[in-house]
Design a protein around this ligand. Sequence first.
Ligand code: ADP
Length: 422
Amino acid sequence: MDSRSSEKTKLIAVVLIALFFGFLTGYYLELLLIALAGYILWSLDLLFNFERWIERGANVDEAPSGGGIWDRLIGHALKIRKSLKLERERNTKLKVRFNEVLRSFPFPTIVLNGRNEIQWINKRAAKILSLQRKKDVGIPIQNIFRYEELSRKLRSPEATEFELKSPNGDDTLMMTISKLTRNVRIISIRNISERVRLDASRKKFISNASHEMRTPLTIINGYLEMLKQNKDLDKKSIEMVDIAYEHGQKMDALITDLLILSGLRDAENANKISKYVNFSSVIDESIINLKNSVKFKQKINLDIDKKLELLGTEYQLYSIASNLIENAVKYSPKNSEINIFWGKENGDGVFKVIDQGIGISQKEMDQVTEPFYRTPDAQDQNIEGTGLGLSIVNESAIRNNGIFSFKSAPGKGSEFKVTFKL
Ligand code: ADP
């Protein structure tokens, strides 16, 4: 018999007994009311017992017994309690394992919840960031490190990286923020001070060496230029002077590129001389200057917004225009078209140089912005260059609030683009 019919049977029995005594005594209604009130009170009593039992923790040994539906209710409650217990045990085990994994992280690590509050810090992170593991847990990380950059990166839903000075100011740290689950993010920290120091000394070396080479080279080039104009030289000597002069000029261009690149890498110098620049004039100037040194064998189409200005450093913007246009000319065949665009797209200032040249293969795309990298195609076809142009463009774009990107297909052409936040 199911519990519903057993409860019905009990109620019917109570009613029948009341009616039977009613028949004997003649007080039908009174006895029926008394019997029903008794039944309700008994049910209420069981309900209170049940509630008290749940409140006390629903232990098996203390389970009240009422038969029928009450026993079933108690059975369900016991089942739920058991599955909750199992779940809790599983969660505790998971938490222990999670903590073990985090503890064994070789990097300083911080765990944040969905509100960016610190949930967990390992010893290494506490040490490097001067945090107190007990005190700082529960505090939003942006309240501890008040960096605009950090707040911005925390708003980003994707994994991001950014550099930060350690609180004692001695170290440079690389913070990588990655998402673990919907509401858990991990910040792992690397000390990159050594790399930064090496970078700085390499940059200083390049800059010093280039400066030191520039003075004697200017003198050599000056004498070679004078020699070139000397009418008394025989044909063989003129040829030799011409070759020496040409190489002197290449050397000069290389040193200029190195000086620009080492200057660009110096964040201190960058942005200092920002002003509103008419980029259209910069493009015109680059084309005029390039025409003096490179032969334009292609058709150049210009689609330029003459009024659109850009806040930036003029010489860096010039480097961007001149390097990209020069590359398009160098790496494109005769009579092909080069399209140059400067204008507004989705609220950004966009500069594009599109050519129908030799293009760059997929596997070389990551490398062409590295200093001194030249594709085998460029070298096989004896196209001159230093391999510094695109790294200068990339660095200049970053320094001027821009993003450098490009698309290319071998044999079909390339589209180089710098998107500036206006
Ligand atoms: P380079 O002085 O060699 O031109 P860059 O840094 O400007 O140095 O370019 C790096 C390499 O990228 C080049 O050697 C060339 O192989 C490739 N490259 C750059 N621009 C283009 C282009 N417009 N078309 C095809 N390849 C290009």
